[in-house]
Design a protein around this ligand. Structure first.
Ligand SMILES: [Zn+2]
Ligand SMILES: [Zn+2]
Length: 340
């Protein structure tokens, strides 16, 4: 066999092998849960508004993003709900407070005091309007003297759209809102993930270990005889990054649409039904249909509404009104877990 023929045969063999691997991969990828995608879960701890009821607790949520916990708002009763959720207290290191109305922050001192009693040592980071630090420091000095950990405050201006948290896997950006006090929502956005390696292909082309990270990040591989193996043969594209937007409390505010465009999940407050539209305007809250209009115009994938006024015995009217505008709407409720 001539040299040309032999390399032709080699290339042909490679092609057949590649096809068979791809077929095998494509056959199984829809049945086998992909192991590389970490979790991104939203746990609703409380979804009532200012006036406590027996049906709902004040606002709080926990995001579990690849086993790191992030709390948004911390109304009264949050620590009990956190216990119920079975999430590990020790994994919670970051708390984001949207504004300083009591239904969003009265639970903080109780939660911190419990952390102190359970011998936590890791710093606890709190992101909020600067005023919270001034309010909390005397309480911490009085109730939590000699705590075995530090509370680190990260003040920011809720009127500015800013990235207030950034780590290897996510960013958190503020969403300036319109309410009776300076208020912002939070946009949690996953960073793009590297491509998935096709292990069999890596073995077949004998890609050295030290090049794996570069291959994951999109580089082609050049074999010893100079053949370029395109990246698409060695990897499959990463799962698209996921995003969650939390918007509470706020008047109807179309200017947020551009910022939250296309997110996987939007939590939007829906304190009132349409009959209370005037009250919503006056108290700077939203109606269910306004929340749904934001979801529709922002082309989000899914909407969850909450922060219900205590006047509703059940929230079906809110769900009806929202679903009429944006069908993919869910009612928040305590202990609901939503996976992205
Ligand atoms: Zn509120
Ligand atoms: Zn409020």
């Amino acid at each position: 066999m001539t040299k040309r023929n032999s390399s032709f045969h080699k290339a042909q063999k490679q092609e057949i092998f590649h096809q068979s691997l791809c077929n095998r991969y494509n056959r199984f990828r829809f049945f086998v849960p992909l192991p590389y995608m970490g979790n991104f879960d939203i746990h609703i701890l409380g979804c009532g508004s200012a006036l406590p009821t027996t049906r709902h607790l004040a606002t709080s949520q926990v995001l579990n993003i690849r086993e790191k916990l992030f709390m948004i708002d911390c109304g009264e009763g949050t620590q009990i709900q956190l216990r119920r959720s079975r999430l590990k207290f020790s994994r919670l290191n970051h708390i984001f407070i949207s504004h300083l109305h009591g239904d969003h922050c009265f639970g903080l001192i109780g939660l911190i005091s419990t952390f102190a009693m359970t011998n936590r040592t890791a710093d606890l980071h709190i992101y909020s309007h600067p005023e919270l630090q001034r309010l909390m420091e005397p309480q911490l000095a009085f109730f939590c003297k000699g705590m075995p950990f530090q509370v680190v405050f990260h003040p920011f201006d809720p009127k500015e759209r800013t990235i207030i948290y950034d780590d290897r896997s996510i960013t958190v950006e503020t969403i300036p809102l319109k309410h009776r006090l300076p208020t912002c929502g939070f946009l949690f956005r996953e960073k793009p993930l590297p491509n998935h390696i096709l292990r069999d292909m890596i073995d077949f082309y004998e890609v050295p270990v030290y090049l794996i990270n570069r291959i994951k990040n999109g580089e082609d591989f050049v074999t010893e005889d100079g053949t370029v193996i395109p990246n698409g043969r060695l990897t499959t594209p990463a799962d698209p990054p996921r995003a969650y937007a939390y918007c509470s409390d706020t008047s109807y505010l179309p200017r947020i649409i551009e910022q939250i465009k296309g997110v996987d999940l939007l939590f939007h407050e829906a304190t009132f039904a349409q009959t209370e539209a005037a009250r919503a305007k006056e108290t700077m809250h939203s109606t269910a249909s306004q929340a749904a209009q934001i979801a529709k115009d922002a082309e989000v994938k899914r909407l969850v509404i909450g922060h219900y006024s205590a006047r509703y015995e059940d929230e079906s009217i809110l769900l009806e009104e929202a679903s009429a505008v944006f069908p993919n709407t869910t009612l928040a409720q305590e202990n609901l877990k939503i996976e992205l």
